[in-house]
Design a protein around this ligand. Structure first.
Ligand code: F0G
Length: 455
């Protein structure tokens, strides 16, 4: 088979400043070994997130110029609404400035003390917005999700038996059921169409709506096409429509699978819920035909939604991560398999077995990737999850480093460079040391904590 090439040409470029090893060592020390404190100009390959970092297309930039900034009734809104409803035909589409704003509005209405909200795995902002109302967020992902070597095709699925049990035992506390597609926190693993339909059936039998967190819906649909029996000859667009057909609403960050740099939405069928959401929207985001966005952003999203379901793009997109994953595996770098849709998750605890979890192997690896290659990745492990509200510390379930791939930004030679840096780091893995935290806030410490390498 021929190389799956980037299905685009490059018309506008941004220079990358190539730093030296010595420079990066100085920058790391000044940043307290926290990569969030590094200036983006000092990063060679930025894999911190795939969120808001997409390269927009010529069509999208053209749409930006078409954007209309009328306060009410802008044609940009109607183009946005039409584009969303072509894929996800919900009755009400409510724009927000990003995904977490949609979550905050939804849970300000349906959350509250005593409520329980199940999902396969809630993303941190979803969990945060649920907990901020006093409600409890419960993750019910299938057991295979916890085994990085289990090659199951749909490790993002929710455990239907546990969902049923929760609804039987505590149904009166559950206002809705959620599903995150793909399951970001679980390694970007997809949810099957069968699992979405079965989740909807269970939820509906108990009189509960199903709300899908659809951030990476197109990547999920591509996996369904490639992996789910009977789906291979269907178009991604049809699969997307089916994914949302049995749901009652969705939250969305357009910063992921809409190729936009900002934006999101809440969509629901329920008129009463929509009216309450729009009231809240006017207080916190803006009038319902712009919702915290400029008209030009709404047009960029509309154009992005047409492009994201392109199968040539999705084939290349998923292949990019697989390509890096295969090369890392060949180098003996343990990763979460199968590789997810938007990122490669490296198992730092297994890569650096001499560094105990409370000395942060994930942070140590992330720092080494920056030091040796100017690559910025994100620790998803004990630094992110290990601090309990009472100030004590526990090891996270896994110590991972996420290499999240911005959409349409990097080329195959950038991917090869990432692999080469890993090769260099792998050669000196025995010399990598753990880290200690010298200062940290009480919450979300990974953003601002300062570290020192242990000698
Ligand atoms: N849900 C999922 C599954 C996400 O991955 C994110 C963001 C959100 C909701 C929130 O959306 O950022 O627009 O407010 N994930 C980014 C990431 C930040 O790096 O994984 P947002």
């Amino acid at each position: 088979m021929k190389t799956i090439i980037e299905p685009f040409r490059i018309k506008v470029v941004e220079p990358i400043r190539l730093t030296t090893l010595e420079e990066r060592r100085t920058l790391l020390a000044a940043a307290g070994y926290n990569l969030f404190a590094i200036h983006a100009d000092d990063v060679i390959i930025d894999l911190l997130t795939d969120s808001g970092t997409s390269a927009m297309s010529a069509e999208q930039w053209g749409a930006v110029m078409r954007g209309d900034e009328s306060y009410a009734g802008s044609p940009s809104f109607y183009r946005f609404e039409t584009a969303v409803r072509e894929l996800m035909p919900f009755r009400h589409v409510i724009p927000t400035h990003q995904g977490r704003a949609a979550e905050a509005i939804l849970f300000s209405i349906v959350g509250g003390p005593g409520k329980v909200i199940p999902s396969n795995t809630h993303f941190d902002t979803t969990r945060g917005n649920i907990e901020a109302t006093g409600a409890e967020a419960v993750d019910l992902v299938v057991a295979a999700a916890h085994d990085p070597d289990d090659l199951g095709p749909f490790k993002g699925n929710i455990d239907l038996d546990r969902l049923e049990k929760l609804l039987v035992e505590q149904g009166e506390r559950v206002p809705l059921v959620m599903l995150t597609v793909t399951n970001n926190a679980g390694g970007g693993q997809p949810v099957s169409l069968a699992n979405i339909r079965a989740t909807a059936a269970i939820a509906h039998r108990h009189g509960k709506p199903l709300i899908i967190d659809g951030c990476r819906f197109a990547e999920n649909a591509w996996f369904i096409k490639c992996r789910e029996p009977g789906q291979e000859s269907r178009s991604v667009k049809d699969i997307v429509r089916d994914m949302f057909a049995s749901a009652d609403g969705m939250t969305m960050s357009a910063k992921k699978d809409a190729f936009a740099n900002i934006g999101g939405w809440l969509a629901v069928n329920d008129d009463t819920l929509a009216a309450a959401a729009r009231n809240r929207l006017i207080l916190t985001e803006g009038f319902p035909t712009y919702g915290g966005l400029a008209g030009r952003d709404l047009d960029a999203i509309a154009a992005g939604l047409h492009e994201i379901v392109d199968e040539q793009y999705l084939r290349y997109r998923v292949r990019t991560n697989e390509y890096i994953g295969e090369k890392l595996t060949a180098l003996g770098v343990p990763i979460v398999r199968p590789v997810g849709g938007h990122a490669v998750f490296v198992d730092a605890r297994r890569f650096l077995p001499h560094i105990p979890p409370l000395q942060y192997p994930g942070q140590s690896l992330a720092v080494a990737l920056y030091e040796h290659g100017g690559i910025r990745a994100c620790e998803i492990g004990t630094v992110m999850f290990g601090l309990r509200p009472d100030g004590t510390e526990v090891a996270a379930e896994m110590d991972l480093v996420r290499l999240a791939m911005p959409r349409r930004v990097y080329t195959q030679s950038h991917a090869d460079y990432v692999v080469e840096v890993f090769e260099e780091v792998a050669q000196r893995r025995d010399q990598l040391r753990g880290m200690k935290i010298v200062s940290q806030p009480r919450q979300l410490r990974h953003f601002t904590a300062r570290f020192e390498p242990l000698s």
